[in-house]
Write a protein that binds this ligand. Structure first.
Ligand code: ATP
Ligand code: MG
Length: 128
């Protein structure tokens, strides 16, 4: 889906099939985000969740949507094994592709290694 709201329906089904608990915090109906940015966000979240299913062995995954006055921060968090090693961006194309697409819409991303993995995605709001 292009709309985050639609993509999250697929993600919910995908995680349920993988028997990973899912929790959504915040409103996926975005009001301040351009359609191209929302499209990039949907692709990034889909890749992040695919990684959770493929690599993390997590029991649960949560997605937090936090809008502020100037930007939108989305976190995809899992309680799995964490990303091994230092070569975060070089093993596959997923994380690298997310970073490049986010740069294209003036966004950015951080990978936090806590008890599992948290992908932090930040994009600017659209001016209205
Ligand atoms: P591709 O996305 O190109 O199909 P990939 O998933 O292996 O391949 P990336 O998405 O770039 O590549 O991820 C790079 C590596 O980081 C993975 O191979 C995996 O080892 C690790 N990784 C990514 N996300 C997670 C996660 N949530 N938990 C544990 N390891 C992860
Ligand atoms: Mg991947």
């Amino acid at each position: 889906g292009i709309r985050l709201e639609d993509e999250l329906i697929h993600i919910q089904q995908f995680l349920a099939a993988a028997e990973i608990d899912f929790k959504l915090e915040g409103n996926p109906k975005l009001t301040n985000t351009s359609l191209i940015t929302e499209n990039v966000l949907s692709m990034c979240i889909k890749e992040a969740v695919t990684n959770v299913v493929k690599h993390s062995g997590a029991k649960s995954c949560s997605i937090q949507i936090n809008p502020s006055r100037t930007d939108l921060v989305i976190k995809v968090k899992d309680d799995g094994t964490g990303i091994p090693g230092n070569d975060l961006y070089f093993k596959g194309h997923g994380l690298q592709g997310m970073r490049e697409r986010l740069e294209f819409v003036n966004g950015c991303m951080d990978i936090v290694r806590d008890s599992g993995t948290t992908i932090v995605i930040k994009v600017p709001n659209a001016f209205k």
